[in-house]
Structures are given as structure tokens and as C-alpha cells.
Design a protein around this ligand. Structure first.
Ligand SMILES: NC(=O)c1ccc[n+]([C@@H]2O[C@H](COP(=O)([O-])OP(=O)(O)OC[C@H]3O[C@@H](n4cnc5c(N)ncnc54)[C@H](O)[C@@H]3O)[C@@H](O)[C@H]2O)c1
Length: 450
């Protein structure tokens, strides 16, 4: 059993703390948000993450988990301290490191015994060295810094913690990295030990690669739509090739969330600052924004003037099984529709409370069916499972116009057309009305202004 401290109890930190407690370690989670701490001490998870609240309650009851806002309390007996604070997008595209710096200062000031500090936040290459320097300015106590980038996915974060594909550890102190590897031994995952900067780069390169796959298939989808091919079958055909694989080849409205947008931009910024010319990363970001604009353009082509049109939205979170609204495509899409005069009614199984803080002028509905009532068009924005089994006859009976624009390709265009809908998916065919709209779109191509 080890004593572990986790600094920052957000999506990554809370999952890390709770799961290490479940592996039998003594864990103290530290955060500066008093509201979060109050909820956590009561066994309530401030975020929606499948399986997390059960583990939180269980480990609180077992006395293996506690919460504090005090660095000295958090570090009192700690062998390991994970830094899991946010690294949001800064003003010029670089990652904003103010929370990392504050955590490093807090650790340095409270350090009383030897400690291994493990950076799990996604940080620009060189940040581990900066953390070491800040801590060293505050203490003479021996410590080591290890980079351990996090690869969990929101929506399956608990499962991902217990079954990671790999553990990446980077340090100039090999012994410290090996100690951190031992901590992860029960997970049975391959461990890759590198130097500090390489580990930091592995995280950015991984996220940028996944984002590239998404933008790649979205570009292919656009071409498919114009040339009459079906991107879903194209992706299936491509994905069957072992060298390519099937993941991250779902065409749609592009990536969002708290990681890909900021990480691709931060890598672009890092590259440009180092004198490189990151053209592929720029294209990935441009294509991603174009996908949202193209989605809105489809709605405009089908409905004409959006003034006072009622538009139903299914799904708000940036992906299913999370309540995370950070950089969700739904935000840009809804704002653009509203700017054109449309009224928006939306439904999401878990993220409406968070969405209401960002978009108070949206009408939030109790069910997917309520969002479709009297709507001129229904837009599928997030691929929650519950949207895969809707009764479309019922929906058609109470829509003002039977128009569905599907940003996640949840439905088959022919089936939806046979059910009486004008249906426009992403990169696949559609109804005759649609073909007219597509024809029209050839002359009105949406282009992102950068
Ligand atoms: N969310 C993901 O899916 C994911 C996946 C992999 C990596 N990451 C990376 O992990 C990091 C954390 O992401 P997140 O989504 O968990 O962020 P988050 O915003 O959900 O949580 C960050 C937490 O840190 C706390 N905090 C800020 N400053 C603090 C300080 N000085 N001391 C203690 N606590 C402090 C905040 O109050 C908040 O609770 C980021 O670098 C992110 O890029 C996130």
C-alpha cells in the first residue's frame, strides 16, 4: 500500500484518485474548488462518468479516500503526488500553465519528505523541467518529477483506468520512473519509459493523430457526398485493413471536447514557436471547423430562411456518455442557427444543466420527442445510444416539417426516406429533395474563415 496524493479532482484527477484507492492505496485528493470538495466528501461525483460514483462511495466508506484543499494535509505522508490540474487553451493558442505553476508552487512550499511528483496533465514539452525548477526554488527536500500522460476517454474513464493500452512514463530519473511503473503493475499494461520531454510529446502526438483521422474521414465524407459514394462503407472498407484499423473513422460534425481542440492547437503553437511549419495540424483544425459549418449550411439549404424556424437538437455533450460541454460542436452549431433567427429546443440525457450555463436562451426538453415537437427540422448532434432507437413514425407525426439532419450518421438514409423524412446524413446519399439541396450546395460551399 502506498500513500498517494492527487492534485486537481476533475475528470482525470478524480478518476485517478478513486481508482488508485480501489486498488488498495491510501489516497488524498486535493482541490481548490470548495463546492466540488463538499460534494465529494458527501460521496457525490461532480461529474457524470459511468461507474465513478459507486467507486467513490465504496472507497470513502472503506476509509481509503479523503478530500482536502490543503497542500500540507495532502502531502503529509505521500509517496507519490499526481498533478492533474487543467491546462486549458491560452489566449494565443499555447496551453495555459497557470494551474500547473500554482500546483508546483503549492507542492514545493508543503514538501517535507522525499516525493515522486507525477505529471498527468497534458503539458507542452519542457513543462516537466519547469515544474522541477519551481519546486526546487521552494525546498531542499529530495524529489523526482515523472511525466505520465493520461489517455483515458471521458465516458469510459473508469474502464480505461483499469485497462489501459499502455502506461507512458518519462523522467530523467530512471529509478523514479520504475517506482511509478510498479504502482501501475496491477493494471497489467505494457510500460514505455522515455525521457521527460518524449513522454510529454507522446501525448500531443497521440491526440493530434486521432484528430487527424477524424478530419481525414470528414474530408473524405465531403468528397463522397459530392461523388455519390457512401463514407460509412468507405470507412468500413478502409478499417478492415490492419494497417489502418477501424477506429476514429466516423464521419460527422468533427471533434470537440476538452482535449483534441486545445491539444492540436497547443502542438501547432509549440511547433510554430520552434520554427517548424505545422501545415497538417493547421489543415486538421480547419477541416474540423468546416464540418460544423457544413452541417449548419445543410440546415439552411433545407429550410431556407431560418427566421422563427423551430429547430430540435438531439445531443449537446461533445460525445456520448459524458456531461462535458467543453468545446462541444453543439455550441457553435446552436449559436449559428440562433444568429440566423432560429428557435432552438434541445434534449441531452445528462448535459443539459451544464449546457444551460453556456446557452441559457435554448429551451431544454425532458425527452427527445419533446425536442422534435412542432420542429421544422431535427438535428442529431451527439450519438447517444438512446437516439438509436427512436420511434420515427411518432416523431414524424408531430414535426412541422419531416426534416432530419444527422451529424452522426446514426440512421440509414434509405430507411429514413422510406419513413417519409427528408434526411441528410454525412457523406452518404439521401432523398430527392435532398439531391436538390446538394445540387444547390455545389454553388454555396461553406468555407471556414481563419
Ligand atoms: N478530460 C479528459 O478526458 C482528459 C484526458 C486526458 C488528459 N487530460 C488532461 O488532464 C488534465 C486535467 O483535465 P480535466 O479534464 O480533468 O480537467 P478539469 O478541469 O476537469 O479538472 C481540473 C481540476 O483541477 C483543479 N485545480 C485547478 N488548480 C488547482 C490547484 N492549484 N490545486 C489543486 N487543484 C486545482 C480544478 O478546480 C479542477 O477541479 C488536462 O491537462 C487535460 O488536458 C484530460
Amino acid at each position: 500500500m502506498k500513500h498517494i496524493c492527487v492534485i486537481g479532482t476533475g475528470y482525470v484527477g478524480l478518476v485517478t484518485g478513486v481508482c488508485f484507492a480501489d486498488l488498495g492505496h491510501q489516497v488524498v485528493c486535493m482541490d481548490i474548488d470548495p463546492h466540488k470538495l463538499e460534494l465529494l466528501r458527501a460521496g457525490k461525483s461532480p461529474i457524470y462518468e459511468p461507474g465513478l460514483e459507486e467507486l467513490l462511495e465504496r472507497n470513502l466508506r472503506a476509509g481509503r479516500l479523503s478530500f482536502t484543499d490543503n497542500y500540507a494535509v495532502a502531502l503529509d505522508q505521500a509517496d507519490f503526488a499526481f498533478i492533474t490540474v487543467g491546462t486549458p487553451m491560452g489566449t494565443n493558442g499555447a496551453a495555459d500553465l497557470r494551474y500547473i505553476e500554482a500546483a508546483a508552487r503549492g507542492i514545493g512550499a508543503a514538501l517535507r519528505g522525499p516525493l515522486t511528483i507525477i505529471d498527468k496533465s497534458t503539458v507542452p514539452v519542457g513543462t516537466g523541467d519547469m515544474v522541477r525548477q519551481i519546486i526546487a526554488e521552494h525546498t531542499t527536500t529530495p524529489f523526482a518529477v515523472v511525466s505520465n500522460p493520461e489517455f483515458l476517454r471521458e465516458g469510459s474513464a473508469v474502464t480505461d483506468f483499469f485497462k489501459p493500452d499502455r502506461i507512458v512514463l518519462g523522467s530523467t530519473d530512471r529509478i523514479a520512473a520504475e517506482h511509478v511503473a510498479e504502482l501501475h503493475e496491477p493494471l497489467g499494461a505494457p510500460v514505455i519509459i522515455t525521457n521527460l520531454r518524449t513522454a510529454e510529446m507522446i501525448k500531443y502526438a497521440s491526440n493530434a493523430f486521432l484528430a487527424t483521422r477524424i478530419s481525414f474521414i470528414n474530408e473524405i465524407a465531403q468528397i463522397c457526398e459530392k461523388l455519390g459514394a457512401d463514407v460509412r462503407e468507405v470507412a468500413r472498407g478502409m478499417g478492415a485493413d490492419k494497417r489502418i484499423g477501424p477506429h476514429f473513422l466516423d464521419a460527422g460534425i468533427g471533434y470537440g471536447g476538452s482535449c483534441f481542440p486545445k491539444d492540436v492547437l497547443a502542438l501547432h503553437h509549440m511547433a510554430a514557436s520552434a520554427g517548424c511549419h505545422p501545415q497538417l495540424l493547421q489543415a486538421v483544425m480547419d477541416i474540423n471547423l468546416d464540418a460544423r459549418q457544413r452541417f449548419v449550411a445543410k440546415v439552411k439549404l433545407l429550410l431556407g430562411d431560418l427566421q422563427n424556424k423551430e429547430i430540435g437538437i438531439l445531443g449537446l455533450s461533445f460525445k456520448p456518455n459524458t456531461d462535458d460541454m467543453r468545446a462541444a460542436p453543439s455550441i457553435d452549431i446552436i449559436r449559428e442557427l440562433q444568429a440566423a433567427g432560429a428557435h432552438i429546443k434541445a434534449y441531452d440525457p445528462v448535459s443539459m444543466e451544464r449546457a444551460a450555463e453556456i446557452m441559457p436562451e435554448v429551451t431544454f426538453c425532458a425527452t427527445a420527442y419533446d425536442a422534435a415537437k412542432e420542429a421544422d427540422a431535427l438535428l442529431i448532434v451527439t450519438d447517444w445510444n438512446e437516439f438509436k432507437q427512436l420511434s420515427w413514425d411518432k416523431i414524424r407525426s408531430f414535426m412541422r416539417q419531416a426534416i432530419v439532419v444527422d451529424g452522426r450518421n446514426l440512421y440509414d438514409p434509405i430507411e429514413m426516406t422510406n419513413r417519409g423524412f427528408t434526411y441528410w446524413g454525412t457523406g452518404c446519399g439521401g432523398s430527392p429533395t435532398l439531391r436538390e439541396a446538394q445540387q444547390l450546395s455545389l454553388d454555396q460551399e461553406p468555407v471556414t474563415q481563419h
